[in-house]
Ligand binder design. Sequence first.
Ligand code: NAP
Length: 308
Amino acid sequence: MKLERHTPIFVAGHRGLAGSAIVRELQRREIGRLLLRTRSELDLTDVGAVERFFENEKPAVVVIAAAKVGGIQANDSLPGDFLFQNLQIQNNLIDASRRHRVGKLLFLGSSCVYPKQCPQPMKEDHLLTGPVETTSQWYAVAKLAGIKLCQAYRRQHGCDFITAMPASLYGPNDNFDPKASHVLPAMIRRFYEAKAAGLDEVVCWGTGSPLREFLHADDFARGCLLLLESYSDEQIINMGSGEEVSIRVLAEMTARAVGFEGRIRWDTSKPDGTPRKFLDGSRLFSLGWKPCIPLEQGLAEAARGFKP
Ligand SMILES: NC(=O)c1ccc[n+]([C@@H]2O[C@H](COP(=O)([O-])OP(=O)(O)OC[C@H]3O[C@@H](n4cnc5c(N)ncnc54)[C@H](OP(=O)(O)O)[C@@H]3O)[C@@H](O)[C@H]2O)c1
């Protein structure tokens, strides 16, 4: 779909990591008449409020970057919230978009939706070929339902609803809350606090050997705009950086980024987690997108953005 300066675009979750990056990219390219609402202005779990918003504002494009998001601890301790709120938010937005004939909708999945024992790199076809990781199953099941609802509405109603599957994102407006953050912001906080307290050692869980893939939010946002403009298919599409980094190297990079000069000790009595979570990004690469922010550079900027 061609995005014009006057196209009414609703970015749900525009203050979050993913949503704010999409808004920055739209503004940078001077695309779209942006429809933005904070949670207090529009609670997306409220079906009536969502309906009134669509009735009044008539968005032509909807990006669902609103969700209840968090790390392993948050997922594990609030399973009901993760399942129910995510189902509500996405059901309300996807169904309102169908009824109000939205021209394009982008839903965001996540690499944790793939099976726990997924072959690596993970291809789009691997979805639903095995059980998901148990700690994040509530979030994953909601995401799977959202992916399927987009596909079902495309088949049954001809809706141009698509799903992207991004790797772990990082960048401006990341969540540093220790109870809800992902690995990279959690590490920035830990090393920052160790430096501030004058500690000479930081203890990290496991061996440091698991490999992870990180994507800067600005690269992600460029990918989302490309998909909104040029991708129209039932099949989900991966969005990864194409580069893996071990948790050990990530910890060393983080220490450098925050200026922590002490020792990093690996507590091998603690679990490592999934050894590898690497997306096969070849389908999106073939559309002409490629990430351009190197991890070390993006990480240094993210560390500077951390406010204790
Ligand atoms: N971060 C990643 O590594 C990653 C990776 C792959 C996919 N994704 C996907 O990207 C999407 C956004 O993730 P994120 O990391 O940007 O999350 P985030 O920073 O936590 O942002 C989520 C946004 O959703 C809003 N929101 C949540 N519940 C709401 C409600 N009931 N009503 C209105 N707004 C609500 C939040 O508003 P408040 O600010 O008011 O809380 C926040 O602005 C999610 O679908 C996630 O699965 C993220």
